[in-house]
Design a protein around this ligand. Sequence first.
Ligand code: SF4
Ligand code: SF4
Length: 392
Amino acid sequence: MEKSKVVLCRCESYENADVAVRRMLDELDVQLPTEKTILLKPNLLTKALPEKAVTTHPAVFAAVGGYLRDKGCDKLSYGDSPGTHFMGTLSISKVCGIHDEAEKLGIALADFEEGAEVPYPEGKSAKSFIICNGVREADCIVNVCKMKTHMLERMTGAQKNLFGIVYGFNKGATHVKYPNSVAFAKALADLNNMYPPILHVMDGIDAMEGNGPSGGTVKHMGWLLASVDPVALDTVACLLMDLDPELVPTNTYGAAYGVGNTAFDKISVTVLEGESREEIDCGEVRARYAVKDFDVYRGAADKGKIKHLAPFEPLLRKKPVIDGDKCVGCGICVESCPAEKKAVGFKKGEKIPSYDYKLCIRCFCCQEMCPKHAISAKVSPLARFIDRNWKI
Ligand code: SF4
Ligand code: SF4
């Protein structure tokens, strides 16, 4: 069986992104459907300047768009349904710098303001999604994602980025329907099978570590990645973060549902550094390039095998907490909470919201959307202790 190919291209600066992306995509050598309408899907999570590493950097977006244009792909559009979709894709893309680059390349903004239900009877977990019109109108997708940490799935890369094709508030409803990292990863795997992008490019030049995907800190990694297999791409990204790929449910269920490969012996990695080109395996990627101090959650507590510890689950689960010194009382977390009875809200006379953890499904939408990065995930001392002592 042919291995999934991941191309890893050293790129230290966004100024060189154009040259690096071209070299990387030439190496990958994907047959592009020039006659078809292609939707570019960057990460436009929320209004953030490019240097914050919350969104796909405009230089990478422009490089991919320019490459597609030069290869004869004329029918290009772009879009993403952001977490803060009430801000509108257009205004977010302007702040993120994507809008300007799209205009220069003549890439139109697709319709992400409305969507419709699309059935998916083949889905193993999810039988339908509400999909944005701009996606339904396109023939195929090129995924231009960002390397970041994520509170629910530990990291967000190629597979998770596709969640932005789900329309607006329905993303919250999807979290409610699939309310933990495993159930959500299974639904994401169905979504990736339902709308499989023809190409995935990851912006890993400046990644986000810590309190991602919006409130973390910038970590310079100096890599661009590309593949037609999103699971293999995310697996290699995990190795760069020094995160065991098995701990990421999107890898496990992406592979189980046939989206792609996470097993090391089914992935080949071509590394482009300077003038050199080398083929290595996943073990060698980890040995050479893993960034040991990359701040990502490596504990095993939510690996999904804690049945005998079920009575203690409330103690073991991460929970969102608000830093009152950072909170400005804007209420975006309350608005973002998809739980039917809001699990976060303002008590009478209080300016800072508080949680009802009995209602909270731990989707971390509130943490993702807080513009002041006032929300983080708290792991209980017991969970930390168990993580340290047993691989459960
Ligand atoms: S979104 Fe953040 S800043 Fe706004 S109320 Fe919630 S915690 Fe406070
Ligand atoms: S309070 Fe936060 S983590 Fe809990 S359900 Fe609401 S958005 Fe999700």
